[in-house]
Design a protein around this ligand. Structure first.
Ligand SMILES: [Zn+2]
Length: 288
């Protein structure tokens, strides 16, 4: 473990990983870190997050296609926060299409997107994420409200990813019915290939995920669920919409899904967030 911590610290000082450069292969040091990361995640699946001895030097990046995707995996991220890991968050789109017309007087997309950004800021403050670690990429969206496959959108994701110098990247799984989730995953994969990045992707199960492996689970009980519910309710536009359309709040919607994940995996705890792990070495992805 100490060897990994030393390796990661050396990586941070490696000049070729400065964001101005595109060569982020990291050389021998990065190879050592990749080997150690594979060792860290070795074991029978699904692995339990709380049983892993995660070095606090690991850098965590969260690519959220929409405001609230961060909060959907908040208990996992809290584990990293409490472990002392640096966390950076990018919210890719405004998510205006998820706001009901007239919510707090908003009737146009720009106003709705601003409301959702404010909700995300409030949630991140409650979480304890420093303001400067939260970035809104404001990707160009099509008429369907999803980010277009435009070069500037890809560049925004790529530049953010390089600047983060992440060891672990969290984002929704690409096998998803949501176009925004699929596109962000596609941008992520293109970026890691283009820049030959080495990292571990933690692809989270979402209510709209079609199918994926459950390689890593973060199981949790009622106290953590109550805390997570508080974050989810910061997204009042989603909370109100869920109350109107589903008859229950946004907190219950997500926590009910977490309850289903836990039951499906036979967890002793009542709730779970789950992830498929994808190891990327020099831009090439593999399962380990
Ligand atoms: Zn989303």
């Amino acid at each position: 473990m100490r060897r990994l911590q030393r390796a990661t610290k050396r990586i941070k000082r490696t000049p070729h990983e400065v964001p101005t450069g595109r060569s982020t292969t990291g050389g021998a040091t990065k190879d050592i870190m990749q080997h150690e990361l594979k060792t860290l995640f070795r074991g029978s699946r699904p692995l339990k997050l709380t049983e892993l001895r995660l070095p606090s030097a690991l850098r965590v990046a969260v690519l959220a296609p929409h405001p609230d995707d961060f909060d959907a995996i908040a208990v996992t991220l809290r584990h990293f926060r409490d472990n002392g890991n640096r966390i950076g968050l990018a919210v890719a789109t405004g998510g205006a299409s998820g706001v009901e017309d007239g919510f707090r007087g908003a009737t146009d997309d720009a106003t709705k997107a601003r409301l959702r950004e404010d909700e995300q800021r409030a949630s991140c403050r409650l979480f304890g994420l420093p303001d400067e670690r939260l970035q809104f990429l404001r990707l160009v969206e099509g008429v369907d409200g999803h980010p277009t496959d435009a070069p500037e959108n890809f560049a925004a994701v790529r530049d953010w990813l390089i600047a983060q110098q992440p060891d672990l990247v969290f984002l929704p799984h690409g096998n998803d019915t949501n176009d925004g989730h699929r596109r962000c995953y596609a941008f992520f994969r293109r970026a890691v290939e283009a820049d030959k990045l080495s990292l571990v992707a933690c692809l989270n199960r979402d209510p709209k995920t079609i199918a994926m492996r459950d390689d890593l689970i973060c199981a949790f009980g009622a106290d953590a669920a109550a805390w997570k519910g508080g974050l989810l309710r910061c997204h009042q536009s989603q909370h109100q919409r869920n109350l109107h359309t589903r008859g229950h709040g946004f907190d219950d919607r997500i926590l009910n899904i977490n309850r289903q994940f836990a039951a499906a995996l036979g967890c002793a705890a009542a709730f779970a967030e789950t992830f498929e792990l994808e190891f990327v070495a020099g831009g090439v992805a593999s399962r380990v």
